[in-house]
Ligand binder design. Structure first.
Ligand SMILES: Cc1cc2nc3c(=O)[nH]c(=O)nc-3n(C[C@H](O)[C@H](O)[C@H](O)COP(=O)(O)OP(=O)(O)OC[C@H]3O[C@@H](n4cnc5c(N)ncnc54)[C@H](O)[C@@H]3O)c2cc1C
Length: 409
């Protein structure tokens, strides 16, 4: 007598059917771990390629605990290396495509003012990259600087160029848009599901606090938690997580630095205050407040981010604002928090796991990865499908860290 025929309980008679259904529900072509900007674009690309894709996120979405939250990010082609400028050419096209596809505005052109000492290596590299790649740009001299940007002072011995097509990306809106497009393509997002284990193999098994899933390939885009995830696969990368104080500064006269007054985004490559970049965006998301941050922070544990209370970056910003932005009160009005995951050379990690080709890693976006989301998603999708990547990925390979990469197995 079989259970399905004779058991009086309805639940027993449907058991084999349910079990079969459950197992197909838990089997995917690809599982993406982490629904920040990189995981969300990767999942979207996979779904676009008709792959059954699951995107797992440890927190309830949207959240402010990783690296992709906040209203704004800078988008630019101004880089010290050609390979980033080339990738950005396609990113602009893909961001515009997403805007059209979803019917939302994600980008606003403001231009990006890049300033640096005349003899600064980084400043010269950026200017040369713009020139060499024929990116629309404008050089500002000491004589005409205040005519174009009266709200800011260019220090003596400094030069400036404007990357004209640069601007602002509406980050939170972009994230919810791409996740929505992924779901529209049939993709599944499970938030509040923390991945607790990854078992490599020809089929990878991923366990969460709520279930066990299997997939032909897995993409790890866990941001500041990348090494925590990679530990399950026996790998540790030389990544450092730092907390960033996201500072907003009040205008003395409301509207002076507003996007409508054509105040641009800016980057100071090196200043009197420090060797790291200082960057800013025009006031827009919070009326009367200008976002200006230091491109470095202090080491933190992503699970205890706010236990790091160092404010030395804010001291540096105060000196800079006092010196160069006389229309702002040099005391931050609002401070929010975010994290960078830094690699030693500040280039990304876009590669297959050295021991398991069906585990793909996107990590170490080093505080400049948001604008690349559409192309990163495409590249991680290509790697997970075993396709030839559309760009030369040698600057992003794990083997460059050979001396610093630890196997923990
Ligand atoms: C203040 C600030 C300013 C920035 N400015 C710019 C800019 O102007 N331009 C620019 O291009 N870039 C900028 N960046 C960088 C950019 O935002 C990041 O490079 C990018 O957001 C990194 O995205 P990510 O998907 O790798 O990481 P995250 O956004 O952190 O996503 C990782 C996700 O994985 C999830 N996760 C981790 N572990 C697990 C687990 N066990 N189970 C399930 N889910 C898990 C996390 O919860 C998180 O949601 C800035 C970053 C900061 C912090």
């Amino acid at each position: 007598m079989s259970q399905t025929q004779d058991c009086p309980h309805e639940v027993c008679s449907t058991l084999p059917l349910l079990t079969a259904q459950m197992s197909t529900e838990r089997e995917y072509d690809c599982i993406v771990i982490g629904a920040g900007v990189q995981g969300s674009f990767t999942a979207y690309q996979l779904a676009k390629n008709n792959k059954k894709t699951l995107l797992l996120e440890q927190f309830v979405l949207p959240h402010t605990r990783g690296s992709s939250h906040g209203q704004t990010r800078i988008i630019r082609k101004a880089y010290t290396q050609d390979f980033y400028t080339h990738m950005m050419e396609e990113c602009y096209v893909l961001w515009a495509q997403l805007e059209r596809e979803a019917g939302v505005k994600l980008y606003r052109q403001t231009g990006l003012l890049v300033m640096g000492p005349e003899n600064s290596n980084n400043y010269q590299l950026i200017r040369n990259t713009l020139q060499r790649n024929k990116i629309p740009m404008m050089t500002l001299t000491h004589d005409n600087f205040s005519q174009h940007i009266p709200q800011m002072k260019l220090a003596k011995g400094y030069e400036a160029v404007v990357d004209i097509t640069a601007g602002v990306l509406y980050a939170d809106r972009a994230l919810s848009t791409i996740q929505g497009q992924f779901q529209r393509l049939g993709g599944i997002i499970k938030d509040k599901e923390m991945v607790t284990d990854i078992k490599p193999g020809p089929v990878v098994t991923v366990s969460t606090n709520a279930g066990v899933y299997r997939a032909k390939s897995v993409v790890i885009t866990a941001g500041p938690w990348a090494n925590k995830m990679l530990a399950h696969t026996g790998l540790q990368l030389p990544l450092e997580v730092v907390k960033i104080n996201v500072c907003y500064w009040k205008e003395k006269v409301p509207g002076t630095y507003n996007v409508k007054q054509r105040f641009p985004c800016f980057i100071l490559t090196e200043g009197e205050e420090s060797n790291e970049d200082i960057y800013g965006l025009p006031s827009n998301e919070y009326p009367g407040l200008v976002k200006i941050c230091y491109h470095m922070g202090s080491k933190t544990n992503p699970d205890q981010r706010d236990m790091q209370t160092d404010r030395s970056d804010i001291d540096i910003l105060q000196c800079f604002i006092h010196r160069c932005l006389p229309g702002l009160i040099p005391e931050p009005a609002v401070v929010e928090h975010c994290m960078y995951t830094l690699t030693p050379d500040r280039h990304f990690v876009l590669d297959c796991h050295p021991n398991y080709r069906n585990i793909v890693i996107g990590a170490g976006f080093s505080g400049h990865g948001f604008k690349f989301g559409p192309v990163i998603g495409k590249l991680l999708c290509e790697l997970s499908l075993g396709q030839e990547p559309s760009y030369d990925l040698s600057p992003f390979q794990i083997r460059r860290f050979q001396a610093q990469t630890k196997s923990v197995l």
